[in-house]
Design a protein around this ligand. Structure first.
Ligand SMILES: [Zn+2]
Length: 356
């Protein structure tokens, strides 16, 4: 596939356009400088300087598989075991996404991975809620949170996470997700009770699927009726699955750079983002992990243009769609206000017409 040059006007437009990023992990987006400071405090820095810490936090450009990619999260998670740290890094991530021109962000993390120093589940969640609220107040970014349960954890732990998360629904925690090692734990139905609890409490449902196991694994995730799937790129290989996603209005929250790292596509130029979009599958574009992928949302958008030939109008359609499917289901007037601000921006930009 040929390279598509990034003209200055498009580069400028990408920077200026208001953005919504709805697939972003807290533990994959720790600032290297903060990680170094925390590691030194804990005696875990191994003599690393800032550059070496940055390298250490970043996963290889292309891992053998999802399991290798997940290894990159071990150190950040180890450093994030105190309420004060969770609060700090959550606030810093909101400040960082603001530098991309992001006006709406959904940040997700797995509360059960941060109990190592005896932190109660609810207190850990409360710390992330406080940190993001502070970041939101400082930047004006609207932030909502998604609690992630893990495929490798006992189903009972997933239920506890769903119940604890539900108690923060009115403080901006509006979604529930399942993520982690797919090869070892392919069946989402192991955690079906947690999904039921989350849904009954009013949380919106998403599932990580398709970083291993191809289209069949994406199809399997539909068993818990998610409104969105995190990744799901291999769906392109199964026409009947593509039809099911379109008919069911199930959005794929795609992250091309991260998918290359997980080894499911050869390079960004081979990612099915644009093909899925053109087939009519609802898609959005995110980084997944700012630090583990050494990526910003602006650069992810630029890559979509230069390596996949996505047009500014198509980018805009994906961006606007992220707001339409954002987990603001209890705050429709806020969604309407954000969409209105997007539409007012687009009205002054002829290059953004005709993407949807
Ligand atoms: Zn993810």
């Amino acid at each position: 596939m040929s390279d598509h040059p990034l003209d200055p006007a498009t580069a400028d437009l990408i920077r200026r356009m208001p953005k919504a990023e709805i697939h972003l992990h807290l533990d994959g987006s720790l600032r290297p400088g903060t990680a170094l400071e925390l590691a030194r405090q804990e005696g875990l820095d191994e003599g690393l300087d800032l550059t070496a810490m940055q390298d250490r936090l970043q996963a290889p450009e292309r891992c053998a598989d999802q399991a290798e990619l997940l290894q990159a999260f071990a150190l950040p998670i180890r450093l994030m075991q105190e309420a004060s740290v969770l609060e700090r890094v959550a606030g810093e991530l909101v400040e960082d996404v603001a530098t991309d021109g992001t006006v709406y962000a959904e940040i997700r993390w797995a509360p059960a991975l941060h109990l190592g120093h005896g932190l109660p589940l609810d207190e850990g969640i409360g710390a992330v809620v406080r940190g993001t609220a502070a970041g939101a107040a400082a930047t004006g970014v609207v932030v909502r949170l998604i609690a992630v349960a893990l495929r490798s954890h006992p189903p009972l732990m997933s239920e506890r996470v769903a119940q604890a998360a539900s108690r923060y629904l009115d403080q901006g925690l509006t979604g529930f997700d399942l993520a982690g090692d797919e090869a070892g734990h392919p069946d989402v139905l192991d955690h079906v009770r947690a999904f039921d609890l989350a849904r009954q409490a009013g949380l919106a449902i998403t599932v990580h699927a398709g970083e291993w196991g191809g289209a069949g694994q994406v199809a399997r995730a539909l068993a818990v009726s998610p409104s969105r799937i995190a990744h799901g790129a291999p769906a392109i290989n199964d026409d009947s699955l593509v039809d099911r996603l379109i008919d069911g209005g199930v959005t794929l929250d795609l992250c091309p750079t991260s998918n290359v790292q997980a080894g499911i596509v050869e390079d960004v130029a081979h990612h099915p983002l644009r093909r899925l979009f053109q087939r009519g599958v609802p898609v959005t574009l995110s980084t997944d992990d700012r630090t583990v992928s050494d990526m910003t949302l602006v650069r992810e958008y630029e890559r979509a243009v230069t390596q996949l030939g996505v047009t500014p109008a198509e980018l805009w359609a994906m961006d606007r769609h992220a707001l339409r499917v954002a987990f603001l289901h209890h705050e429709e007037s806020l969604r309407a206000r954000l969409l209105d601000a997007f539409d007012r921006f687009a009205a002054g930009e002829p290059a953004l017409a005709g993407g949807s």
